[in-house]
Design a protein around this ligand. Structure first.
Ligand code: ADP
Ligand code: MG
Length: 242
C-alpha cells in the first residue's frame, strides 16, 4: 500500500533560460514498510525531492507513484501521507490533546475514533500525562513528540520527515531517534527521512539514498554504503565526521 516509486524525476525552479535545475533524474523504488533515509549535504535537493513526494511542489519531469497511484499533480490532500518538519508549528493556544485531534476534527473523523487514535498515539509517544498542557509548558523534545503524534493519528500510508531532529540538542536528538525507530517498529509505516547528518542516516536507515548536487550517488544499506561506497563523493561524505 505504501510503496513509493520515484521514476526519473526532474525539478527545475523557474522557467526558460533562467530556470535552475536542482533535481537531475532521480530513480528509487521504496517498498511498503521500508525506512529510507535520504542523506546529502545542504542544498543537494533533499527537501525538494521530499516536497514533490508530499505534493507540495510541482514535478518538472518524470513520475512519482504512491501505492501504485501516480501523484504528479500538486494536490497534497489526496495523498495518504503525513509530514514531520524541523520547525514543528504547534497551535500555541491549544492543548496537546487538541493539537493532535485538530486535523482529525477537520477531516470529520467521529469523536470516539478521534479519542481512540489520540490515546493510542499518546501511548506510543509517552505523552499520556501531558495531554492537558499547552505547547509553552513543554520541552523541545516533548513538542517534537506532539508533532509526531499529529502525524501518527492520521494513520497515513507514508511518513515523510524533513530533518525533524536538527533543532534538538545532542541528547534529545539521540532520544528522539530511538522514538522514531520504535514508532517504525510498532506501526511499520513506509518512512522517508531526510537528513544532512551521516551518523543519523547510518543509525536510522534500512536503506539510504546518498544525494549530491541533485543526483543520486548511491542507494544501499548503511553497511553497503559504508563498506563499498560507489563513488568518491560517497566515500568522502560518509567517511567524514558530521
Ligand atoms: P536540501 O534540502 O538538500 O538542503 P533543497 O531541496 O532545499 O536542498 O534545495 C536544493 C536547491 O534548490 C538549492 O540550490 C536551493 O537553493 C534551491 N531551491 C530550493 N527551493 C527553491 C525555490 N523555491 N526557488 C528556487 N530555488 C530553490
Ligand atoms: Mg532541506
Amino acid at each position: 500500500m505504501g510503496a513509493i516509486s520515484i521514476r526519473n524525476v526532474v525539478k527545475r525552479y523557474g522557467h526558460g533560460p533562467a530556470a535552475l535545475q536542482v533535481i537531475h533524474g532521480v530513480n528509487a523504488e521504496i517498498t511498503d514498510g521500508e525506512f529510507i533515509v535520504i542523506v546529502g549535504p545542504s542544498g543537494c535537493g533533499k527537501s525538494t525531492l521530499l516536497r514533490m513526494v508530499a505534493g507540495l511542489e510541482e514535478i518538472s519531469g518524470g513520475e512519482i507513484a504512491i501505492g501504485g497511484r501516480v501523484v504528479n499533480d500538486v494536490e497534497p490532500a489526496g495523498r495518504d501521507i503525513a509530514m514531520v518538519f524541523q520547525n514543528y508549528a504547534l497551535y500555541p493556544h491549544m492543548t496537546v490533546y487538541a493539537n493532535m485531534a485538530y486535523g482529525l476534527k477537520i477531516a470529520r473523523v467521529p469523536p470516539a475514533e478521534i479519542e481512540a487514535r489520540v490515546q493510542k498515539a499518546a501511548k506510543i509517544l509517552e505523552l499520556g500525562t501531558l495531554l492537558d498542557r499547552k505547547p509553552r509548558q513543554l520541552s523541545g523534545g516533548q513538542r517534537q513528540r506532539v508533532a509526531m503524534g499529529r502525524a501518527i493519528v492520521r494513520q497515513p500510508q507514508v511518513f515523510l520527515f524533513d530533518e525533524p531532529l536538527s533543532n534538538l540538542d545532542a541528547k534529545l536528538r539521540a532520544q528522539t531517534r530511538l522514538e522514531i525507530q520504535k514508532l517504525h517498529r510498532e506501526l511499520g509505516v513506509t518512512s522517508l527521512f531526510v537528513t544532512h547528518d551521516q551518523v543519523e542516516a547510518m543509525t536510522l536507515a534500512q536503506r539510504m539514498i546518498v544525494m549530491n548536487a541533485g543526483r543520486m550517488e548511491q542507494v544501499g544499506t548503511p553497511d553497503e554504503v559504508y563498506t563499498r561506497p560507489a563513488t568518491t563523493f560517497v566515500a568522502g561524505f560518509i567517511g567524514s565526521p558530521p
